[in-house]
Design a protein around this ligand. Structure first.
Ligand code: OGA
Ligand code: NI
Length: 341
């Protein structure tokens, strides 16, 4: 438990093992950035504007791989309440935290630090995280979740149900925008979901370290609750741009599986999280993924338009194992799945 960043944030100087090589560090310039990526109003998604909304989502997914959504149907109260409970988790006394802390990567619900590769990392990330599955069987998953704070299971259970609904609605809009048969992303392609609650405590020197280094999410789509503290950045045209918090919005990003299924029409964008020296930042990523045995491949309707598939078919579990063994390295994780021209 001593390795949790939350137990070390009284450090005055950043210790050596959190200092990234110079070319990876954020440096001074990148810290304060808070710009906006497309903010899409989902309010009229059941009305006349539906086709336009689908096109806006498609455009943002092509250009940025990222967008934010407002009027998405998840209540402001539930979002605030959930964020409050997540904060309470990381503010619990050490004795309660030790009940959920685990170094065993196979434990389905656990509090840990940095990344799943802690023991093999050159540099650690300035982040603690609580991670657990939410679907397919929410009731069974909930039994594994923390029982403290006492409201955790109830509040996060409601939240997971609502966010899964939203994810399905956004996937339906993407499906329509791409011109795929209705329900394409239902079933096995979006069967699993997992919540990863990230905690980035105040950091003695944010210029030298990262909460999360550059990566692309391995799953289908991610619904991120980022609260009101800046920290998320997207890599676009060779530059890092900040994803400024928008009140009551969710940040949505395209994962590798959507990039592959869309035959590169949509892009899984590279992103990272920087830290700050003043306040703790909490974010919660809701990852929607295919089931392990799900076959993923470019959609045949989209191959026709391009003449050829850019990726071969694979079982999702194969992709995930490769992602883990390459430690998520963006330069190489897609290689084994690409087809030559
Ligand atoms: C992630 C992620 C960003 C953030 O958990 O994969 O990219 O702002 N999180 O915490
Ligand atoms: Ni991510």
């Amino acid at each position: 438990m001593e390795i949790l960043v939350s137990s070390r944030c009284d450090l005055q100087f950043l210790s050596e093992d959190y200092i990234f090589p110079e070319e990876i560090r954020p440096g001074k310039a990148a810290i304060a950035l808070c710009e906006s990526i497309p903010v899409i109003d989902l309010g009229d998604r059941a009305g006349q504007n539906r086709a336009n909304i689908a096109q806006e989502i498609l455009k943002a997914s092509q250009e940025f791989g990222f967008f934010q959504v407002i009027n998405h149907g998840v209540s402001k109260e539930l979002m605030n309440d959930t964020m409050k409970v997540f904060n309470e988790v990381f503010e619990m006394p050490a004795q309660d935290l030790s009940g959920i802390y685990s170094e065993d990567p196979d434990r389905s619900c656990r509090l840990f630090t940095s990344s799943s590769f802690y023991a093999n990392e050159d540099v650690h990330h300035w982040r603690d995280f609580l991670r657990h599955p939410c679907h397919p069987d929410l009731d069974a998953c909930i039994q594994q979740w923390p029982d403290k704070p006492t409201r955790y299971r109830q509040v996060v259970g409601n939240y997971s149900t609502e966010v899964m609904k939203l994810a399905s609605e956004i996937l339906d809009l993407i499906c329509e925008g791409l011109g795929l048969e209705s329900g394409y992303f239902g079933g096995k392609l979006s069967e699993n979901s997992m919540l990863s609650v990230n905690r980035y405590p105040p950091c003695p020197d944010p210029t030298l370290t990262l909460g999360l280094p550059k990566h692309c999410d391995p799953n289908l789509i991610t619904i991120l609750l980022q609260g009101d503290v800046c920290g998320l950045q997207v890599f676009r045209h060779g530059e890092w741009i900040g994803v400024g918090p928008v009140p009551n919005a969710f940040v949505i990003n395209i994962g590798y599986q959507l990039q592959i299924i869309s035959n590169d029409k949509l892009k899984g964008a590279e992103h990272r999280a920087v830290t700050n020296s003043k306040v703790a930042r909490t974010s919660a990523a809701f990852f929607v993924s295919p089931s392990r045995d799900c076959i993923v491949e470019p959609a045949s309707a989209l191959i026709k338009a391009d003449n050829r598939p850019l990726y071969r078919a694979f079982e999702f579990t194969e992709f995930f194992s490769n992602y883990m063994s390459e430690k998520g390295n963006c330069e190489v994780v897609l290689e084994p799945f690409k087809l030559q021209a």
